[in-house]
Design a protein around this ligand. Structure first.
Ligand SMILES: [Zn+2]
Length: 259
């Protein structure tokens, strides 16, 4: 099946939700971590499809073309907002019973994976996959439907107006002040000891874990004193661990596809 038909089959009504999930830095950091963990054989093949280091350079493309007419249905492939208070079983079930509301991330990922399995040289499918497999670990990409994934929750960030969604897209990462290569290296150094456990976890476990983080973010919001330094200190590690996890899992899947 070609990409256009694939897109057609996923076509959904464009919504006005401004949810974007990880910003450009987040996606590049994830791609850099994953690239580090690719086997030499996978690096050769992925470079062959996307160009040298192309995985990193193209990791933000899916956001850039999000409102383009070439892939009109791709807008809500980037997130899957959920209801508050779901049980672990209910959360796990969204991986197979794709929800009808709140986004289309898991169906898109599954479809792209199958496309790549059948055609490793499908350039656009690979570009999408590299990007969306990062979005799935951004806690606010599975925020609540009622507040558009945190987009309607206003936050003052050092005097500038932002929102809970954007804090997790970009503000938290940018606050740290690292370049993307520095940040990727930091993650490899500091969280490398967790690689095995992350590889051994099931997709359901990882999804439930992300949902718990999202729930904790909402809870924290209720009692937060508005001090940005406190916020960063509290959430730095969970945020970094999600970025690192996304990199590890992306490498795992690409190593399997490009054996
Ligand atoms: Zn995205």
């Amino acid at each position: 099946m070609d990409m256009k038909r694939f897109v057609g089959s996923l076509l959904v009504v464009l919504s006005a939700l401004p949810a974007l999930a990880w910003g450009p830095e987040g996606h590049r950091i994830i791609a850099l971590v994953a690239y580090e963990y690719l086997t030499p054989k996978a690096v050769r093949q992925v470079d062959n499809v996307l160009g040298k280091n192309g995985m990193v350079y193209w990791s933000t493309w899916a956001d850039e073309i999000r409102s383009d007419t070439v892939y009109p249905g791709s807008y809500d492939w980037h997130f899957q907002d959920l209801e508050a208070g779901m049980t672990d079983d209910e959360v796990a079930s969204v991986l197979t019973d794709y929800p009808k509301q709140g986004g289309n991330l898991y169906r898109a990922l599954d479809s792209l994976y199958l496309l790549l399995k059948n055609d490793k040289n499908n350039r656009d499918a690979l570009r999408f996959y590299v990007h969306l497999s990062g979005d799935r670990y951004c806690p606010m990409h599975m925020g609540h439907i009622s507040d558009k994934g945190g987009n309607t929750i206003k936050i003052k960030w050092f005097g500038t107006q932002t929102n809970l969604h954007r804090v997790w897209d970009e503000d938290l990462i940018r606050f740290r002040g690292y370049s993307v290569t520095e940040y990727a290296q930091l993650l490899l150094d500091m969280y490398g000891c967790e690689r095995k456990a992350i590889e051994q976890a099931s997709p359901e476990q990882l999804l439930i874990n992300s949902y718990h983080i999202t729930s904790a973010i909402y809870d924290y919001q209720k009692t937060w004193n508005g001090n940005v330094y406190n916020y960063v200190y509290h959430w730095k590690e969970p945020m970094e661990r999600q970025l690192y996890t996304a990199g590890v899992r992306l490498a795992m899947i690409l190593n399997d596809i490009y054996r």
